[in-house]
Design a protein around this ligand. Structure first.
Ligand code: NAP
Length: 249
């Protein structure tokens, strides 16, 4: 079977660079193009010092990537991610967006276009497996205790607050009628951390998930990309796109 061909937007960024390193090690996936701003025309492998990615050019937009691909993966910035995804859909590609802080209206337009073309797209707030499991347990805490507080902390250069992961969890809890509060920390030394707290008479419980390296996202992106080429529709979480992740045996 031929490998799933990927274009990665933001492949030179903090997250994108770790993700493409992981993807380059997967036999059934092939990074064929990259999108970036400052290094257009450069060779991704040479730039990242990763020979498996040599020959992959960095282009100004998805439309400028010379190779054909099956999936566009985006870790860029909120003001450009949906426009790049729309270009990918225009090339009949499936789309996987990791970028957070997107305008809900532009996401709705993307979803509508994807449905019209019978393609598939997913906007995933968190690609790490631990975060998916924490979300599942947090919903259970909400059901049992009726009130949940979320404390999310990220590195200082993160532009959106609260994080996409915390917003997604808060809206799922609120939809269940759970009283929810979210607190954000932006500190040097943090990569990404989320605590979920609940309390009842005489007890408190907290669940902590911490990303200590952005390597945590690679496996989730690979899983999502493999799944995306087998489905159509619009997905808003890793567990919705890949139900096997949280299914019981
Ligand atoms: N869903 C998840 O699991 C997850 C995990 C981690 C991060 N994220 C999200 O992913 C996004 C990226 O985070 P990061 O920390 O990796 O950011 P970053 O280090 O600033 O990297 C951003 C990347 O996007 C590129 N870029 C920015 N503006 C662009 C434009 N107009 N056109 C083309 N390329 C552009 C940058 O290229 P230049 O350097 O050339 O400008 C860079 O390669 C954020 O929204 C973050 O919240 C999501």
């Amino acid at each position: 079977m031929r490998a799933v061909r990927l274009i990665v937007g933001g492949a030179t960024g903090k997250t994108g660079a770790e993700v493409v390193r992981y993807l380059a090690g997967q036999d059934d996936l092939q990074v064929v193009g990259a999108v970036g701003r400052q290094h257009q025309g450069a060779d991704l492998g040479a730039l990242l010092g990763w020979p498996a990615l040599s020959g992959v050019p960095i282009s100004a937009s998805v439309g400028h990537v010379p190779a054909e691909a099956d999936v566009y993966v985006d870790f860029t910035a909120p003001e450009v991610a949906v426009a790049l995804a729309m270009e990918a859909v225009g090339r009949a590609m499936r789309v996987l967006i990791g970028t957070s802080g997107l305008e809900p209206q532009s996401v709705s337009l993307l979803a509508a276009q994807v449905q019209r073309q019978s393609l598939a797209a997913a906007v995933i707030p968190n690609f790490s497996v631990g975060a998916v499991l924490q979300r599942k347990m947090a919903l259970e805490l909400g059901r049992r205790f009726g009130r949940v507080e979320v404390v999310e902390g990220h590195h200082r250069s993160k532009r959106d607050a609260p994080s996409g992961t915390a917003r997604d969890l808060a809206s799922a809890l609120e939809a269940m009628g759970v009283e929810t509060a979210v607190h954000s920390l932006r500190l040097e030394g943090l990569v990404a951390r989320q605590e979920v707290w609940a309390g009842g008479p005489g007890e408190v419980i907290s669940l902590t998930h911490e990303v200590t390296s952005r390597q945590a996202y690679g496996a989730g992106v690979a899983m999502a990309a493999r799944q995306l080429v087998t489905v159509s529709g619009f997905f808003t979480s890793l567990e919705e796109l890949c139900p096997a992740l949280t299914a019981r045996d």
